[in-house]
Every structure is written in structure tokens, then in C-alpha cells.
Design a binder for this molecule. Structure first.
Ligand SMILES: C[S@@+](CC[C@H](N)C(=O)[O-])C[C@H]1O[C@@H](n2cnc3c(N)ncnc32)[C@H](O)[C@@H]1O
Length: 207
């Protein structure tokens, strides 16, 4: 599912505010958020094409060849394809290959059961620039609020790590999102704020 337009506009605004020069997107689908992010980079004065280390201003990760073909087509129509490289593969692995890169803005919007993995990889590999921002989508989806201030029914919600998100029930997805939110909230490495907008959008910075 594509990012809502208003959310993409909001992220486009934040990328401008940060004067970001490099972005990582995890989960690209047909390219809607990538278009808004690449547009913001162009507006920030970033030149098209690869930088000195061979990376395009916007690096996208998606495992679907079909979605990637659509995304490249849409980016082309938007006149932004020379800002974007889409790496096709499992982002849980591909993100590890980005060691040594720095991104000013990172958007996490792929499989929800791997959010903790993406988040930890980003922090452990130091992929976020100083003063950079991570945006994480869908953090209030699947009625995560139901889990607040209530005992959690483990039998209904227990989740085995590495199960594809599409094989989880809504209650399990809610539990995954809730556990991830609690993990981020109590993480001393970062400061986070969750906006109860759209399906929940969390912004994180390293402290
Ligand atoms: C919610 S969509 C992304 C929407 C996109 N940001 C937009 O605004 O249009 C999630 C995407 O994550 C991709 N995805 C899911 N699991 C993945 C994984 N393990 N590695 C890479 N991509 C993955 C899917 O192929 C899908 O395109």
C-alpha cells in the first residue's frame, strides 16, 4: 500500500527542513514516497546522478522486481529517475551492505515484522547522519492502542521472529507494532515522537 499523499508531502517538507542531501528508503512499492523524497532532494539543490562513492541521492530497497519496475517507470515520468537507485533484494540483508554510508533521512516502510531489525541495523551500522531523522510508517496500525494499559494475551498475539508479515494475524501485527513502539520508546540511544496521524508515523533521532 502506498504512503498517503498528505504524509508524503509532510515528509517532503521535513526533508527540506533538514536540508537533507541523502536518503534511504526501505520499502518502495510503486514509488509514491520515493517521488516525494527525490523531489525534496532536488529542491535542496542535490545534483542528479551518483556521488563520489557511487551512490544515488536516494537509495531504495525493495524485494519485488515487479513493484520496482513500476516504481522506476513512475520515477521516470516524474523526471526523477536520475536521483534514485532501487536495490532489489531482501532489505534485511541489503541494509547490511550499506555499512559506511550516511543518510540524512531514512524512511522505513517495508515488512512490519522486520522493523526492529531495520531500526537496529541503522543504529548499529551508524547509517544515520548526525542530526538526521528516521521516519517509520504504520506504527499505530492494527489497533496498537488496544495493547496500551492492558494485559496482553500472549496466546493470541505471540509472534515468532522472521515470520513474513503477511502470514501474521491482525492481533499479531498489533503486537509486533506495540512491541516495536515500546522498544523504541525505551531505547536510550534515541529520542522518538509518534504522530497519531494517518496509520501512525514515528520520527526518531539519535541522541
Ligand atoms: C507499504 S509498501 C511501501 C510503500 C511505499 N513506501 C510507497 O509510498 O508507495 C511495502 C513494500 O515493502 C516491500 N518489502 C516487504 N518486505 C520486504 C523485505 N523483506 N525486503 C525488501 N522489501 C520488502 C514490499 O515489496 C512493498 O513494496
Amino acid at each position: 500500500m502506498a504512503t498517503p499523499h498528505a504524509q508524503a508531502v509532510m515528509m517532503n517538507f521535513f526533508v527540506g527542513l533538514l536540508n537533507a542531501k541523502s536518503i534511504l528508503e526501505i520499502g518502495t512499492f510503486t514509488g509514491l514516497s520515493a517521488i516525494y523524497l527525490a523531489h525534496a532532494l532536488k529542491r535542496n539543490g542535490v545534483a542528479p546522478g551518483p556521488d563520489s562513492s557511487g551512490f544515488m541521492p536516494l537509495t531504495c530497497l525493495d524485494m519485488s522486481e515487479v513493484f520496482t519496475r513500476h516504481a522506476l517507470h513512475n520515477l521516470d515520468i516524474a523526471g526523477l529517475s536520475d536521483y534514485v537507485d532501487i536495490i532489489v533484494g531482501d532489505a534485511r540483508q541489503e541494509v547490511l551492505n550499506l555499512k559506511g554510508c550516511k543518510f540524512d533521512f531514512i524512511y522505513i516502510d517495508a515488512d512490519k515484522n522486520s522493523y526492529k531489525k531495520y531500526y537496529d541495523s541503522i543504529l548499529e551500522l551508524g547509517l544515520l547522519s548526525k542530526n538526521g531523522l528516521i521516519a517509520i510508517d504504520n506504527t499505530a496500525l492494527w489497533k496498537t492502542v488496544e495493547f496500551m494499559d492492558k494485559p496482553i494475551d500472549d496466546a493470541e498475539t505471540a509472534v515468532v521472529e522472521n515470520i513474513p508479515s503477511e502470514d501474521l494475524t491482525r492481533k499479531q501485527l498489533g503486537r509486533v507494532a506495540h512491541d516495536f513502539n515500546e522498544y523504541v520508546r525505551s531505547d536510550p540511544r534515541t529520542e522518538a515522537v509518534m504522530f497519531p496521524l494517518f496509520t501512525g508515523l514515528t520520527f526518531v533521532r539519535v541522541i
